[in-house]
Ligand binder design. Structure first.
Ligand SMILES: Cc1cc2nc3c(=O)[nH]c(=O)nc-3n(C[C@H](O)[C@H](O)[C@H](O)COP(=O)(O)OP(=O)(O)OC[C@H]3O[C@@H](n4cnc5c(N)ncnc54)[C@H](O)[C@@H]3O)c2cc1C
Length: 575
């Protein structure tokens, strides 16, 4: 077991919030000589010897590390950025079987994804929720409502009836369900079911990193694999602490290449010839004030002018519009005017808004590349229409070099990837314990019931300061699981711990201390964008003017607070 050993920086009463940008640490300041959780893990990586070195901590690397460590392998997990800071922070947050992939007759893919979706919904009842998709079909849609309903029934069947049944709606029903939909040219609609991540993709990925840590893995963000050489049957890897520039080595019997869009580059460096390779499909999202009713969460689905499905997905008091699918040659992307205007035009044409959405309504955006897998010899993919390219994953094992590579995949596919990687690592000679499937999922129901009992006794939900937000007990349990009991204790012993720390962001002071202790936050962006989604849902001006921001940074970084705030804005402002 790896204990969370970050020093407790300061507790309420120790920090007096004076005015914006000024926090006086009164007592109990952070002892810089204590090892943080990250430092402890880097110390374990330095000159370490592991069964497996996992390179890349997006969903595929994190899940591989959790599955392997959970079955007794000694695992090192590294990412040159923050955990989940590349593709895995840019998704639509959907856990789905991929209804639209049936357009390309990808039944085995849809079956596998639906199975994984059903398992995830069962294992994460508070983090992954079933959600209705309401698809409006107008004159120009490629399918008539009755045909779409037939497809939805097939989808439901392939998904082993793991959700509520689909429905066929007439135009009035569509309008009643979501008055914001423009039904002037609609012929009807269908409702089908899938699931979504209530918090965000990167926090979900981090839950696997934590699971790996708890099972004994050494994991660190901002640690880059510079090079790796095979010496006497072992991989000797040169690593670099990106935050400090320090270089050190670690050794491993095997490597899992989970570098997402970068897998081919690593394989080329190791002369690892593979049957598959990656091509990039860019997708963007725009986050705007909530467009749909807040009475319940529902995804709206529309065909865009190119007959491709796009969505309006709820994210608390916001809506996420997306996504797009553009072939690009580079993995580094950003939202450009063309993408933005395309999505705004598409959504404005399909909604009845008092005033059309403009760029000024956009609170945040997301842009990433799907790493899509094709055959290296060009045996597929070349003749297929771009948007019809498969979203499947492939895992390749090189016995001679002791490398397992994960190509492609989806967040939804994560449990399958974890299991398949573990099976391949076992074939490379690393003995694994029987899979008890305890490396994923939320705590047991009895533990959950006990949390809610304690929260009720202390009237936790009465502390909620904002209307239109979920009960605090629900939020804390979902975000922290077992660690939520510590939060109750903190709030019981000091009511200031139950206060919102940053204006319009839904974060209690106590949560920041948990984050500082156990969430390996190196930069402010790690907290604002990935452990939380504050950066995505709170307008930039509100963040900049928030009197709580300096206290947040002080709890996370102690004396380094101002430097980390400056670094955060320098990156945001593109300096
Ligand atoms: C627009 C969009 C929408 C999507 N929507 C969904 C969805 O709703 N549902 C769903 O299931 N899937 C969705 N996906 C797919 C899913 O997000 C991706 O398939 C998945 O995140 C890929 O994860 P990964 O771990 O392979 O790659 P990544 O998340 O990119 O992780 C690879 C990591 O490797 C690290 N790395 C690379 N080189 C090195 C090195 N030398 N040393 C150390 N680290 C290194 C990188 O820093 C990176 O963090 C979407 C994808 C996109 C782009």
């Amino acid at each position: 077991m790896v204990a969370d050993s970050t020093p407790n920086p300061t507790r309420s009463g120790d920090v007096t919030n004076l005015k914006h940008g000024q926090v006086e640490v009164v007592a109990g300041h952070c002892d810089a000589s204590d090892m943080s959780l990250r430092q402890t893990n880097i110390a374990r990586l330095r000159n370490g010897l592991f069964d497996v070195l996992v390179v890349g901590a997006g969903i595929n690397g994190a899940v591989s590390a959790a599955a392997l460590a959970g079955r007794g392998a000694s695992v090192a997990l590294i990412d040159r950025g923050d955990f989940a800071s590349f593709t895995s922070q840019e998704s639509s947050n959907l856990v789905w079987g991929g209804f639209k992939y049936l357009e390309n007759y990808e039944v085995p893919l849809v079956y596998g994804l639906s199975k994984s979706r059903n398992r995830l919904m069962k294992a994460y009842p508070d983090n992954i929720k079933e959600i209705s998709f309401l698809a409006t079909l107008d004159d120009s849609a490629p399918y008539k409502p009755w045909l779409a309903a037939l497809g939805a029934s097939a989808y439901w069947t392939i998904g082993m009836f793991g959700t509520k049944a689909p429905k066929l709606y007439d135009v009035d029903h569509v309008k009643n369900a979501e008055p914001v939909i423009n039904v002037s040219t609609a012929r009807g609609g269908i409702q089908y079911q899938d699931a979504y991540l209530i918090d965000n993709d990167s926090r979900f990925v981090f839950s696997f990193v934590r699971s790996a840590l708890v099972a004994g893995a050494a994991a660190a963000n901002y640690v880059e694999l510079v090079s790796a050489e095979r010496q006497d049957g072992l991989w000797v890897a040169q690593l670099r602490n990106v935050d400090t520039g320090e270089e050190f080595t670690t050794s491993a019997r095997t490597i899992v290449n989970a570098a997402g869009p970068f897998v081919d580059g690593l394989n080329a460096g190791w002369n690892n010839q593979t049957d598959h390779r990656i091509v990039y499909s860019k997708g963007i999202h725009l986050i705007v004030p909530r467009l749909t009713t807040t009475k319940h969460d529902r995804v709206l689905a529309f065909f865009d002018d190119t007959d491709r499905l796009f969505y309006v997905i709820p994210m608390g008091r916001r809506s996420v519009i997306g996504t797009t699918d553009t072939r690009v040659d580079e993995p580094f992307t950003q939202v450009d005017d063309e993408d933005r205007n395309f999505l705004l035009d598409q959504i404005n044409a399909r909604l009845d808004l008092d005033t059309p959405l403009t760029a000024d309504d956009i609170i945040a955006d997301r842009s990433g590349v799907r790493p899509l897998v094709v055959r290296a010899d060009g045996g597929d993919g070349r003749d297929i229409e771009w948007t019809a390219m498969s979203r499947k994953h492939e895992i390749e094992r090189n016995d001679e070099l002791a490398i397992v590579t994960v190509f492609g995949g989806k967040l939804t596919d994560c449990l399958n990837v974890g299991e398949e990687v573990a099976a391949d690592i076992e074939k490379l000679g690393v003995a694994l314990e029987r899979d008890k499937e305890n490396w994923f999922g939320e705590p047991a129901k009895a533990t959950r019931d006990e949390f809610y009992r304690q929260a009720k006794l202390m009237k936790l939900d009465d502390l909620r300061s904002k209307p239109d937000t979920e009960p605090l007990s629900v939020r804390l349990w979902r975000r922290y699981g077992l660690r939520a009991f510590d939060l109750l204790e903190e709030i019981r012993s000091d009511p200031a711990m139950g206060e919102d720390i940053m204006g319009s962001a839904d974060y209690l002071r106590a949560e920041l201390y948990v984050a500082a202790d156990s969430e390996m936050i190196v930069k402010l962006d790690d907290f604002m964008r990935r452990r939380s989604k504050i950066d995505q849902v709170v307008p930039d001006a509100d963040i900049r003017n928030s009197p709580g921001l300096f206290e947040v940074a002080t709890i996370l970084f102690g004396d380094d607070a101002q430097r980390r705030i400056d670094e955060y804005y320098a990156t945001k402002d593109g300096a």
